[in-house]
Design a binder for this molecule. Structure first.
Ligand code: PMP
Length: 336
């Protein structure tokens, strides 16, 4: 057994997450499906990486100075990452979030010491959208920076410099496909770019939830959304700066029902408690694996992202009443 290397800073606990072979998804795809355990980050999500890179980049550019404040608009996970990184480096954090996100995320942000500002969920074009509200607050606060995760490419740089090389090393350079969904697009673009730098033949696929516009953009060149999704943190309607030039070879559209089926199976059969974006990513990875197998690549290896912990969604996708109200299937062990 090799124990993980000892660390001299809590910030060094971000990244270097385990990669695990997923049994059910591998059987369903007919090839190896691997999950990158981003729930193992200190803030329990993939967004710790973006938070650290964004803060370090602002420091390096001289914009963030001792005693400063980091302000961000976020569906929650980036805020959690920013709050932890800010605490570790002596900054304040202000998080603007739409009030339809899970209660667990709001309670967590308050518990971590972030100042939480809730706004109604609106379309991006609305000036009161959480992104615009956070930008205005940063402009009006002395010593503050706006993290701007959607259009600040320090976000995708985190995945070019950390997530991709980790996956490449963990699979010893034998990987054929990578897929995940996009919120800001930092993970798919950065990991895709980073992996292609090792081997340009790795197939990079976007897995889009319903209600997002990127599937149609990459399939037909048209930003058009259809349907809707209850998944938090994913589903993008525009080409963010992080998505510009993302090396997407193919794309899949995955329903909440398909994503939830993998959330149920990964918990019930493999003991992993995950959020819905992870289930949607795994469904996409199975679709990509099947496509590679159909092309005759029976020994294909596909990796995806297990974005965050399911403990963040006990009041939503792990709650019978909530699922019933949304018309979604209830996990058998929650039914009675
Ligand atoms: N899943 C969850 C739960 C998230 O919070 C996010 C971040 N918005 C993502 C996936 C997508 O990550 P990215 O912003 O890098 O596209």
């Amino acid at each position: 057994m090799t124990a993980p290397q000892a660390k001299t800073s809590t910030l060094d606990l971000i990244g270097n997450t385990p990669l695990v072979l997923l049994k059910g998804p591998s059987e369903a795809a007919g090839c190896e499906i691997w999950g990158k355990c981003e729930f193992a980050n200190p803030g329990a999500s993939v967004k710790d990486r973006a938070a650290l890179w964004i803060v370090r980049d602002a420091e390096a550019r001289g914009e963030l100075k001792p005693g400063g404040t980091v302000i961000e608009g976020t569906a929650g996970n980036t805020g959690i990452g920013i709050a932890l990184v800010a605490n570790a480096l002596g900054y304040k954090s202000v998080i603007v979030m739409p009030d339809n996100q899970s209660k667990e995320k709001m309670d967590t942000l308050r518990a971590l010491g972030a100042e939480l500002v809730l706004v109604p969920p609106t379309k991006f074009a609305d000036p009161n959208h959480f992104v615009h509200t956070s930008r205005r607050m940063a402009e009006d606060t002395p010593g503050a920076i706006w993290a701007n995760q959607f259009d600040n490419i320090a976000n995708r740089k985190a995945h070019i410099e950390s997530t991709a090389p980790e996956i490449w090393q963990q699979l010893e350079g034998r990987i054929d496909g990578f897929t995940c969904a996009a919120g800001t697009g930092g993970t798919i673009a950065g990991t895709g770019m980073g992996l292609k730098a090792f081997d340009e033949d790795i197939v990079v696929a976007l897995t889009d939830p319903h209600g997002a516009a990127l599937y149609n953009y990459f399939a037909h060149g048209e930003l058009r959304a259809e349907g809707s999704s209850v998944a938090e943190g994913i589903g993008q309607g525009r080409i963010t700066a992080n998505l510009e030039g993302a090396p997407i070879d193919t794309q899949f559209r995955i329903s909440d029902e398909e994503g939830l089926e993998w959330v149920r199976r990964l918990l019930g059969e493999e003991g992993l408690c995950l959020g819905l974006s992870s289930g949607i990513n795994v469904a996409g990875a199975v679709a990509l694996g099947r496509e590679l197998v159909a092309q005759g690549r029976k020994d294909a290896r596909v990796a995806t992202i297990l974005c965050d912990t399911g403990f963040r969604y006990l009041s939503t996708i792990y709650n019978r009443e909530w699922l019933e109200a949304k018309g979604l299937p209830v996990f058998p062990w929650l039914a009675s």
